[in-house]
Design a protein around this ligand. Structure first.
Ligand code: ZN
Length: 336
């Protein structure tokens, strides 16, 4: 069987003709397999959804319990037969519940990795390299300029700044699913014992992480009531990036604005966003991680999605690995 007969790009998303299912479709479909809960991959309105239990739970929290007609939980490493196609979910190391989806039929094995990273992350299971014929990789940070430093070094810079400016608050912008909880956990692992104040948009997901045994320590609502401003002197407050433009952020005492994202590698981008303390913490693979992963899968062919496809395709060609961009529409890297 040819790879392009097993998985192909359609307007709704990546489609498997023999199995008659889509992976991370961007429009409502009959049967969807979902890699993880970020809103650009996990949408509501599908007739049936197959995903890890955590991803199903996260979709329920974000969209309400009726987000799909029917749901089925995929246990990691267990093969499920869909119309004669063998489907197996494996951990992707991206956010809690994130999985790569291995699709096998007629002697052809393709792994759709979804979003992934290789840096250690205490809030989710580590990425597992799967041998395959075709590996579908993201390329959000697919340029050699993107190299993410160790995350604990980035967190140490926040704690140093907080110690230097005890009268000021530190506001960290972090995506609501995954990044925010990873930052909380990194603060705890660095020995930060004070309550962490959070924007309301992070509450449900953070509670869910805690219910899954991921200890984030004491979290308090980051709500400034009249006259309570001084209570936040020296506090660390985490909110979604979107909250930084509104009044919520201006209520804190002399805030230092921090943003946790792989894009913070680009100084200009941090400056434009008014970020004083950029933190290069990403839930996506950097250039080195992409290269290592491609080699570890042993794949003879690489399909590159959402991001800077050209550099990675070129790198593969120089290594003698067939590669091509796979044009899928509608992905906006919610969790960069
Ligand atoms: Zn993602």
């Amino acid at each position: 069987m040819r790879a392009s007969d097993l998985l192909k790009s359609r307007p709704e998303g990546l489609y498997c003709p023999p199995g008659d299912f889509f992976i991370d479709p961007v429009r409502p479909v009959e049967r969807a397999l979902i890699t993880h809960g970020h809103s650009d991959h996990a949408r509501s309105g599908h007739h049936s959804v197959l995903a890890t239990q955590e991803t199903l739970d996260i979709m329920g929290l974000r969209y309400g319990e009726d987000f799909a007609g029917t749901t089925q939980a995929a246990a990691l490493g267990q093969t499920i037969d869909i119309n004669g196609v063998a489907v197996t979910f494996h951990p992707a190391g991206h956010v809690l519940g994130s999985a790569q989806i291995c699709v096998e039929h007629g002697g052809m094995r393709i792994v759709a990795s979804g979003d992934y990273k290789r840096q250690k992350d205490a809030t989710c299971l580590p990425f597992e390299p799967i041998r395959c014929d075709v590996f579908i990789t993201e390329a959000t940070f697919g340029l050699p300029v993107f190299r993410h430093p160790p995350d604990h070094e980035e967190i140490a810079r926040v704690l140093k700044s907080a110690a230097q400016f005890p009268e000021r608050s530190h506001l960290i912008g972090a995506y609501a699913l995954g990044k925010a909880q990873r930052v909380m956990r990194l603060l705890r692992d660095a020995g930060y014992g004070r309550p962490i104040y959070i924007h309301g948009a992070l509450a449900k997901l953070s509670e869910y992480y805690q219910s899954q045994g991921i200890d984030l320590g004491r979290l308090e609502p980051g709500t400034v009531e009249t006259g309570a401003k001084a209570d936040f002197a020296g506090a660390i407050v985490i909110g979604p990036p979107s909250a930084f433009a509104d009044r919520w952020a201006r209520r804190f005492p002399d805030p230092i604005s921090c943003f946790a994202s792989g894009w913070m590698r680009i100084r200009q981008r941090a400056k434009q966003g008014g970020v004083e303390l950029p933190l290069i913490i990403s839930d996506h693979a950097d250039w080195d991680e992409l290269i290592i992963t491609i080699k570890e899968t042993g794949a003879e062919e690489i399909w590159v999605t959402h991001g800077r496809e050209e550099a990675l395709v070129r790198w593969c060609e120089l290594e003698g690995i067939a590669a091509r961009p796979l044009h899928l529409v509608g992905y906006e890297d919610e969790g960069d």
